[in-house]
Design a protein around this ligand. Structure first.
Ligand SMILES: Nc1nc2c(c(=O)[nH]1)N[C@H]1C(S)=C(S)[C@@H](COP(=O)(O)O)O[C@H]1N2
Ligand SMILES: [Mo]
Length: 428
């Protein structure tokens, strides 16, 4: 008998593979991935890309750079929750993604590789889907681990990758939805969750080619397989969520790259980049340090003592990094940004501000804050945290702290504030 070529290479024999299992895993992704996608877009919006080129890490994005609103300052934990969900859910979905890929792997190696033009297009979309998905998860996880291994900058890669993945996923869902509905109806989930390995049977042969021709004996039930995936996700959730939920859960955040218990004392919260790593020299932030404030009325230079003589305000705010970790609320004390604006001719309704650090090395340069952020009474040029002067690593002598914004907006070792300018070129 002549064996048709499609069947000659058939090492995939798991009796669990079939449209039902694939559809269950796909449905979980269909619920979870849109949340990851939307929180990702919101994170992009939180950088206020419309404000200044320095805020936008993804140039040349054309239409994809649509962005509808200025990032709010309420509620103050907004970015902390957004990014916690984005990173934690993304990581927890990894076992589901891998299981889904495992469940369809025979199709990736199906022969002949291309049967028709339609089939060729479908396979191309799958390449974008699988490639885009693996790419997004890999770049995202490397970023949360502060491992910038890949070439180029994380932001444009992860941003463009997200759109490719999203487009391919939409096409995939549109194509597969009818067969997913059919497959989900073909077996009862609760019945399946009560079926032990001994009674596990392959799904009936189907047109999709997922069910093996010669299935091997089951070594695990569908319940066992789904349970393994679910437990994997749960375990990842437990070792990740604490880095953004904080409190006592922080100690469970084994995957968090930033110290689970960052020491003791007023400065005991995560440090993204220590002063030494940012090449902050003692003379940059010593006696001679002055804050240069520019506005419509001119330029003034303030010493630390002069800043301390101004009205001091307090705000309890977290730092929430794009990488997913965040601090609990810290008690900041310092001068309101809007009071500083008033000193240089912006008494009424303050404009946005361009913030520069004395830091000269590294990727960090400057950020622009919106008028809404300057106006908020909780936006400070902080001089103290938790009752003590800022530590060198947290930005001594002065750092910006803004409610609801990504950590990167909270410039440390501030040297210059320029009100009414959103860009270095404008200031010059
Ligand atoms: N000058 C300067 N400010 C900076 C950074 C930096 O590298 N240099 N990192 C930013 C980022 S990405 C974050 S998340 C916060 C972290 O603040 P922390 O180190 O006090 O926790 O500081 C922000 N301010
Ligand atoms: Mo950050």
């Amino acid at each position: 008998m002549k064996v048709p070529p499609a069947r000659r290479f058939a090492p995939w024999r798991s009796p669990l593979r079939g449209p039902w299992l694939t559809s269950v895993l796909g449905t979980v992704l269909l619920v979870g991935l849109p949340v990851v996608f939307v929180t990702g877009l919101l994170s992009y919006a939180a950088y206020d890309p419309g404000l200044a080129r320095v805020n936008d890490k993804t140039p040349d994005k054309g239409l994809l750079g649509f962005y509808l609103f200025s990032w709010p300052t309420h509620p103050y934990w907004l970015y902390r929750v957004n990014q916690g969900v984005h990173v934690t859910l993304g990581i927890a979905l990894v076992p589901v993604l891998l299981a889904k890929l495992w469940s369809v792997v025979p199709k990736l190696f199906a022969l002949p590789p291309v049967r028709s033009l339609g089939h060729a297009l479908e396979r191309l979309s799958l390449l974008l889907l699988v490639g885009g998905g693996l790419f997004e998860f890999t770049t995202g996880i490397l970023n949360t681990q502060v491992d910038y291994l890949f070439p180029g900058s994380f932001y444009p890669l992860h941003f463009y990758g997200a759109w490719v993945f999203c487009g391919a996923a939409l096409a995939h869902v549109a194509l597969k939805l009818p067969s997913v509905v059919r497959a989900l109806r073909s077996r009862d989930l609760w019945e399946e969750l009560r079926t032990p390995t001994a009674r596990t049977r392959p799904e009936p042969p189907d047109a999709t080619g997922l069910v093996p021709m010669r299935p091997s004996e089951p070594t695990i039930s569908r319940r066992g397989a789904l349970g393994m995936v679910g437990l994997g996700s749960l375990a990842l959730l437990v070792v990740t969520a604490g880095q953004s939920i904080g409190g006592p859960l922080r100690r469970a955040a084994l995957l968090a790259p930033h110290g689970r218990s960052p020491g003791a004392g007023p400065g005991a919260f995560a440090v993204n980049k220590p002063a030494a790593a940012a090449h902050i020299r003692p003379q940059d932030v010593g006696e001679d340090w002055r804050l240069t404030v520019t506005g419509a009325a001119g330029v003034i230079r303030l010493s630390l003592a002069e800043l301390h003589r101004m009205a001091q305000s307090t705000a309890a705010l977290p730092i929430a990094c794009v990488e997913g970790w965040s601090t609990d609320d810290q008690h900041w004390q310092g001068v309101r940004l809007r009071d500083l604006a008033a000193l240089v001719g912006h008494g009424g309704d303050p404009p946005g501000v361009f913030v520069e650090s004395v830091q000269r090395s590294g990727s960090f340069r400057a950020v622009a804050l919106s008028a809404g952020q300057v106006r908020d009474a909780r936006s400070l040029l902080a001089l103290r945290v938790n009752g003590a002067p800022l530590t060198p690593d947290h930005g001594y002598p002065a750092r910006v702290i803004v409610p609801a914004a990504p950590g990167v907006m909270n410039t440390k070792w501030v040297g210059r504030l320029t009100f009414g300018a959103s860009d270095a070129r404008e200031r010059a």
